[in-house]
Design a protein around this ligand. Structure first.
Ligand code: PLP
Length: 392
């Protein structure tokens, strides 16, 4: 049996034709397809504006910049995320701190956030921006976070890299009803892909215009944004220091074509998850818990090993499954454990739920096109890896 990854893209003939059509057109980089893709994503999730960029990492960076994050500011996120959710604040020269996770959803805990805000207020060190991450595709409890943002005066960026196609309280993730900006990733392992790519969506036209400028060197071609009337038809002004974070029309065409299949992708992910739930019910692993307010995009299917019920270690399960050709993974190593962050003096004991998660979590394969036969094999190898008769 060939190697089964934890996630991968699903590319159709239509996707390929869409990219080829751009190759034959006049525009390769940002042309007419990028704004079309932005409008389509914004319309899909119910936001007013989309700003497409070359990765979610870039999207998080310009989102922080547009919200004015800078040296001396504090940005909070969850420790159970990809490093990019925290690095964006560091790019802006801000300090980062982490809020422990909820033991059931594995998202930022509302209780821990509330407690940490109360303490930060006493210490005069409230965060400027909080970045909740919708781990695995399950939305954070955004209504509660929104209420806290009003009470404590912070801005909110949702890192929805896992969550496009999911819903919260019956409305699509990305409608920005409880946040300033929502960020999506279109990396190949995510729900839909553009190869590399990302997007910021927002309901605030000023934030959208600012992020569009930061994406392209800080340059504007709008006379209204210039310090004086244009010198002539060639004229543009660089207003601030921006970047080349543009997405190309090639990528956007793939994204548009993938977006047309998103609901089918998410439905397939739900069918796979339901089957895992049934196959693993009553076993030595805990299946993922879903908050009743959420419909997950199901980027990931994360189980937790019942350590007291098994005769093996977490690490051995990974080693045996990897040796058997199954690409189990761990999302994620707590960010404060990365040497770059460790040097800032974080103490793992401050994050007991993240530590417990890290000791038990295993991401099982889930992606459109993953077959029931492959899934049976994954479950069989998980519960009884080959060559080991009774490890559990
Ligand atoms: C994938 C991911 C990112 C970064 O996405 P890129 O598009 O690869 O830059 C950021 N945050 C989370 C939670 C992710 O999973």
């Amino acid at each position: 049996m060939s190697f089964i990854p934890y996630g991968k893209q699903n590319i159709s003939d239509d996707d390929i034709a869409a990219v080829v059509a751009v190759l034959r057109s006049d525009f390769l980089t940002q042309g007419p397809v990028v704004p079309e893709f932005e409008k389509a994503v914004a319309a899909y999730c119910g936001a007013k504006h989309g700003v497409a960029v070359n990765s979610a990492t870039s999207a998080l960076h310009i989102a922080c910049m547009a919200l004015g994050v800078g040296p001396g500011d504090m940005v909070w996120t969850t420790p159970i995320t990809f490093v990019a959710s925290a690095n964006c604040a560091r790019y802006c020269g801000a300090d980062v701190d982490f809020v422990d996770i909820d033991p059931r959803t594995h998202n930022m805990s509302i209780a821990s956030l509330t407690e940490k805000l109360e303490k930060a207020q006493r210490d005069g060190r409230l965060p400027k921006v909080v970045i909740p991450v919708h781990l695995s595709g399950q939305s954070c409890e955004m209504q509660a976070i929104h209420e806290l943002s009003k009470q404590y005066g912070f801005r909110t960026i949702e890192d929805a890299s896992h969550a496009i196609g999911g819903s919260y309280q019956g409305q699509k993730v990305g409608d920005c009803r409880f946040s300033d900006i929502v960020v999506f990733s279109f990396h190949p392992v995510k729900i839909i892909t553009t190869g590399e790519g990302g997007m910021c969506v927002t309901n605030d036209i000023e934030l959208a215009k600012h992020m569009a400028r930061l994406r392209s060197h800080g340059i504007t071609r709008y006379p209204a944004e210039m310090t004086h009337p244009p010198d002539g038809p060639w004229y543009y002004q660089q207003i601030e220091l921006g970047f080349n974070y543009r997405l190309t029309d090639l990528h956007a065409a793939l994204g548009l074509s993938q977006l047309a299949q998103i609901d089918s992708f998410v439905t397939q992910r739900h069918a796979i998850a339901k089957r895992y739930d049934e196959l693993l019910d009553g076993s030595v692993v805990k299946t993922p818990w879903q908050h009743p307010d959420t419909y997950s995009g199901l980027h990931l299917y994360v189980i937790r090993l019942k350590l007291d019920a098994v005769k093996t270690t977490h690490r051995e399960v990974f080693e045996r499954m990897r040796a058997d050709g199954i690409g189990v993974n761990l999302h994620y190593i707590p960010v404060y454990r990365q040497p770059y962050y460790e040097r800032m003096g974080f103490n793992p004991a401050d994050f007991p739920n993240a530590e417990a998660y890290y000791a038990e979590a295993i991401t099982l394969p889930i992606f459109p096109g993953f077959t029931p036969a492959q899934q049976d094999e994954v479950v069989r190898r998980l519960l009884k890896p080959s060559g080991y008769q009774t490890i559990f």
